[in-house]
Design a binder for this molecule. Structure first.
Ligand SMILES: Nc1ncnc2c1ncn2[C@@H]1O[C@H](COP(=O)(O)OP(=O)(O)O)[C@@H](O)[C@H]1O
Ligand SMILES: [Mg+2]
Length: 259
């Protein structure tokens, strides 16, 4: 479904992503792990067309989308969440979901309310559905900025889902969550994958989550793939263990640079 071939992104002398080959099959939850700075977020950004690639290609459902602007990825059915939450904090929960579906102009323009009134029933239903499944229905009219951290993470996921993606890219969705929240996220991801048929590329540091829900994992270090296999294989892989041990002092800082 998603094929990365020789994908590279260099920032000056930094080889953030360096000749990466990854294939995500339809129906998979595919994990992308690696120490901070190993190129995970950059990979997500390249898939979404946030910035141009240095080399290599991105294909989705057989069509090459390398260097296409972000709306092309979205239009093709690829949605994402960000490592650092990006919501419109002054807009309400409901408006954030509506914007995800209808674009920023739909809220910024004077005609927001009339557009909402005339908006088609299917679009509104999709927003209502996301509100319900994310457990945020009773907070629908609150500004996103006033939500608790865990709720903001849920809203971010709901926002990505409002676009009804075929492929969902999640950049450290469990960062900063407590155990109970991680468990809920685990269940939600399984449900999205198994019941909704959504393919997921999961970038994650929380090993309980990534080892539990993924079908296959690729591990990065310094922008290169150092291992790929089942969660059990990755857990036992020597190169992966060394990559994490070697950089363990730098871990614990969730920022990890730009997302
Ligand atoms: N926009 C950017 N400009 C310059 N360097 C960047 C940029 N984004 C990421 N980097 C660098 O690329 C490397 C990989 O970063 P990133 O993809 O964020 O890693 P990860 O998500 O695995 O922690 C890091 O060295 C980071 O500092
Ligand atoms: Mg990152």
């Amino acid at each position: 479904m998603l094929e990365l071939r020789g994908l590279s992104k260099h920032f000056g002398g930094v080889r953030a992503v360096d000749g990466l080959d990854v294939t995500v099959e339809r129906g998979q939850i595919f994990g992308l792990i690696g120490p901070n700075g190993s190129g995970k977020s950059t990979t997500v950004n390249l898939v979404c067309g946030v910035f141009p690639v240095t080399a290599g290609s991105v294909s989705f459902e057989g069509a090459e989308i390398t260097n296409s602007p972000p709306h092309v990825a979205l239009g093709n059915g690829i949605a994402r969440t960000f490592q650092n939450i990006r919501l419109f904090s002054e807009l309400t929960v409901w408006q954030n979901l509506w914007v995800a579906q209808n674009g920023q102009e739909s809220v910024r323009s004077q005609g927001f309310f009339s557009r909402w009134l005339s908006g088609n029933r299917g679009q509104r239903a999709s927003v209502e559905e996301q509100l319900e499944f994310s457990g945020l229905a009773d907070k629908r009219d609150e500004p996103a900025g006033s939500l608790a951290f865990g709720e903001q993470r849920r809203l971010e996921l709901a926002r990505a889902l409002a676009a009804r993606p075929k492929l969902l890219l999640l950049d450290e969705p469990a960062a900063g969550m407590n155990l109970e929240e991680v468990k809920q996220l685990d269940e939600r991801l399984r449900w999205l994958n198994e019941q909704q048929g959504i393919t997921i590329l999961l970038v994650e540091h929380v090993m309980e989550l990534v080892m539990g829900v993924t079908h296959r994992i690729a591990a990065l270090n310094f922008g290169r793939k150092i291992a790929e296999g089942s969660p059990a294989e990755i857990q036992q892989n020597q190169a992966v263990q060394e990559a994490y041990l070697g950089r363990s002092e730098e871990e614990g800082d969730e920022g990890g640079g730009s997302s």
